[in-house]
Design a protein around this ligand. Structure first.
Ligand code: FES
Length: 317
């Protein structure tokens, strides 16, 4: 069950073109629930809209939560409400932080940020800095003016750790070259749009590092049904077919309906019988079988309950 916290907007400021940062503190001035780098909160916005945003303030800060929100042209209410309606002193309800993108222990780290996907990685950089970890941070965006926290990161951590890639000046991040020079056991954290995550995943796989990638998708406000589910495509590599998974159907149901026999048992995500290899795509894990490491590796899913965070999945079926 969701634990709710009433918070007040104590500051609202632009941090890039089309990006505003909100700082929130508890209405009763108590300490906020604890959190760690990579965590997000769900915010109940004006108009009955709920949205999840990564916490991007100093990791573990319990006096305030900080979020940064990109204005998306196709907004169905979330980013528009934050940009146009929420004001300083307004009170909103948020969930306690949850973390599906936690920083695991590793000898070194490579961070890839794409656009507003920088937000969960900002506290990770600070944690690495404070703990004297070995790390490098590669951050791309369309222009420097559109890249939230770009100069803060560069100023605080220096050129040795942070490289910025405004596409208008430098072109795209050279993912292959960066991974080639990274330590063999480095963990790779990536957050941004799906094509960016896929590019990192696929290059990591090509270099034999597929299991070292931890990814979080920044989702634009895609079309969801009334229950908040999206439809997406599933491409079955061995069968050579592509299926559309409707919002009210599971991946398993869609595959079985197409006449493909799949091993299954509980169909509620507890037995593990239907675990299937994932070749591409960002998984929305919803089962009680896979552990955190298996979930974060993004290489398998329970197709009876888990879904896609992006527009498509490619399965080893
Ligand atoms: S059939 Fe049991 S986890 Fe999917």
């Amino acid at each position: 069950m969701r634990m709710n916290v009433r918070v007040r907007v104590v500051s609202k400021r632009p941090v890039a073109v089309d990006v505003v940062e909100l700082t929130l503190s508890a209405v009763d001035e108590s300490e906020l629930p604890s959190w760690s780098a990579g965590a997000h909160i769900e915010v109940d916005l004006p108009g009955g809209v709920q949205r999840q945003y990564s916490l991007c303030g100093p990791a573990g800060d319990r006096d305030t939560y900080r979020i940064a929100v990109l204005r998306t042209p196709a907004s169905r209410g979330g980013s528009r409400a934050v940009h146009e309606e929420l004001a300083v002193d307004d009170v909103v309800t948020v969930s306690a932080p949850r973390n599906r993108f936690a920083l695991e222990s590793a000898p070194s780290y490579v961070f890839f940020a794409g656009g507003i996907g920088v937000t969960p990685l900002v506290p990770m950089a600070e944690r690495c800095h404070q703990q004297s970890e070995t790390w490098e941070f590669h951050y791309g965006g369309r222009t420097l003016e559109r890249m939230a926290y770009a100069s803060d990161l560069k100023d605080r951590y220096g050129e040795r750790n942070v490289t910025l890639y405004p596409e208008s000046e430098t072109g795209f991040i050279n993912i292959a070259a960066i991974l080639k020079t990274a330590a063999p056991s480095a963990l790779v954290y990536v957050c941004g749009p799906q094509p960016f995550i896929e590019a990192v995943r696929s290059e990591a796989r090509a270099q034999g590092r597929g299991g070292q990638v931890r990814a979080e998708l920044f989702t634009a406000e895609a079309s969801l049904d009334a229950a908040g589910e999206r439809e997406f495509d599933v491409h079955l590599v061995r069968s050579g077919i592509t299926l559309r998974v409707a919002p009210d159907r599971s991946v398993l149901e869609s595959i079985v309906a197409a006449g493909i026999d799949v091993e299954r048992d509980c169909e509620v995500g507890i037995c593990g019988t239907c675990i299937t290899g994932v070749i591409e795509g960002c998984i929305d894990h919803r089962d009680h079988v896979l552990d955190d490491q298996q979930c974060q590796s993004g290489t398998s899913m329970t197709i009876c309950v888990s879904r896609s965070l992006g527009d498509s999945l490619v399965l080893d079926l």
